[in-house]
Design a protein around this ligand. Structure first.
Ligand SMILES: Cc1ncc(COP(=O)(O)O)c(C=O)c1O
Ligand SMILES: N[C@@H](CCOP(=O)(O)O)C(=O)O
Length: 400
């Protein structure tokens, strides 16, 4: 049993309503469960395969889910990078290992299932790339059409390829992501499409399972969870989910929620460092990490609460720091991620170097998307292949 509740005024909405914001005050909504009716134990969850739907009692879907077997992503111990930073327990949860190559699949399995549950016929989103790739793939699985709006020229190649190949109607707008989100929101309200950006509270329900899995894999609650922040849905979702585990008595502490943004796109980091009550949108966000090139994070209110309530923090890193960490993860750990994903570990490096971490902290960085999402940024950083004549002598001469 659950209902939708406004995070600001507490107004309640029925689970059958298609609604994205509070009709009374315009703030965000969240799914609230009736915990007295939730009947599950840790042991029961542990007996199921490590996949997202292991946690079905804390998800809103009552029909057969639209699933591509998302979740169960690896938790890697970053031994080499950790040692360099003096951190014994530094981990990366590799969300790039989901079906479409990013954490968005956790949101989409739940969001697209809810679209069907609510009788919606077409799904839509604005995207810096990964949301569109995932939406297109899950809509294809569900057998319904999808429409995606992208900021023209600012989406990594692999993500556009995915949205196109999975059959979405792909529209590139001459404007940034924030404008695309406003447009798709208006389109959905006017034309009755189902909006599956992170303003949709059901989508975030799926994403909260990143935190559940991290705890199950670690065998306990980490001291800190670090996430790259763009539209700020993921950090909010993980925080919400862990709060629910506390209510169920499954855990008894929260990690310090830590958000990392790119220097050229850092409204949440600014709000935290300047102790502002809300974020001031950045009208011209810019970063090589196009996934987090977002100036007006729609979930800012939830994210600021998550960070402040857990004594966490938010900071920014430069594009150079992001790319250097993308290379370090690839070459020192064998972990291939896209630039935005490397931001979380780059943020921890910066905090460690500035003496802002207790060296005994157990830290889980969420690395959000796969290296192959953005092949152009990868190729630009690497030496091109050495081309030789097809004989052994030439081969030996270049290897010497
Ligand atoms: C790869 C990647 N990392 C991080 C983010 C940021 O997540 P959020 O928008 O939930 O803050 C996004 C999308 O925004 C993304 O695609
Ligand atoms: N990085 C995101 C931006 C949109 O965020 P959402 O969580 O609101 O869908 C993307 O991949 O498009």
């Amino acid at each position: 049993m659950f209902r939708l509740v406004c995070i600001n005024c507490g107004a309640e909405y029925n689970q059958n309503e298609v609604i994205y914001r509070c009709g009374k005050c315009g703030h965000l909504l969240a799914v609230e469960y009736d915990f007295d009716t939730i009947d599950v134990s840790r042991r029961e969850w542990d007996s199921r395969p490590l996949k997202l739907w292991r946690y079905k009692e804390l998800l809103p879907v009552s029909r057969e889910p639209v699933t591509l077997q998302e979740g169960g992503t690896p938790l890697y111990h970053l031994k080499t990078i950790g040692e360099e930073l003096g951190l014994k327990e530094l981990y990366a949860k590799h969300e790039g290992m989901n079906p479409s190559g990013s954490f968005k699949d956790r949101g989409m399995t739940v969001g697209v299932s809810m679209a069907l549950q609510l009788g919606m016929k077409t799904v839509a989103c604005a995207s810096t790339g990964n949301t569109s790739a995932s939406l297109a793939q899950y809509a294809a699985k569900a057998g319904i059409p999808s429409v995606v709006l992208l900021p023209a020229g600012k989406v990594a190649l692999g993500k556009v390829a995915q949205a196109l190949m999975h059959g979405a109607k792909v529209i590139a707008i001459r404007g940034n992501f924030d404008r695309a989100l406003e447009m798709v929101h208006d389109l959905c309200i006017k034309e009755g499409l189902y909006l599956l950006n992170s303003v949709n509270p059901y989508r975030l329900e799926g994403q909260k399972t990143i935190g559940f899995e991290a705890i199950d894999q670690l065998g306990g609650v980490p001291d800190r969870m670090v996430l790259p922040v763009g539209n700020a849905g993921n950090i909010s979702a993980v925080h919400k989910g862990l709060g629910e585990l506390i209510k169920l008595g499954f855990i008894d502490s929260m990690p310090m929620m830590t958000g990392v943004q790119a220097e050229g796109s850092r409204p949440v980091a600014d709000a935290i460092s300047k102790k502002l009550p809300e974020v001031i949108p950045d009208k011209n966000p810019e970063t090589i990490a196009t996934a987090i090139r977002i100036g007006a994070p729609v979930n800012a209110e939830k994210a600021l609460r998550a960070i402040r309530e857990t004594n966490g923090t938010a900071l920014s890193v430069t594009d150079e720091e992001i790319l250097a960490m993308q290379r370090d993860l690839a070459r020192k750990e064998g972990v291939g991620v896209e630039p935005a994903s490397a931001a979380s570990v780059a943020g921890i490096k910066k905090m460690a170097e500035e003496g802002l971490l207790d060296k005994d902290e157990r830290i889980v960085c969420v690395v959000t998307g796969h290296l192959l999402k953005d092949p152009e940024t990868v190729i630009r950083q690497c030496e091109p292949p050495t081309e030789i004549d097809a004989d052994l002598e030439s081969l030996l001469s270049v290897l010497r």
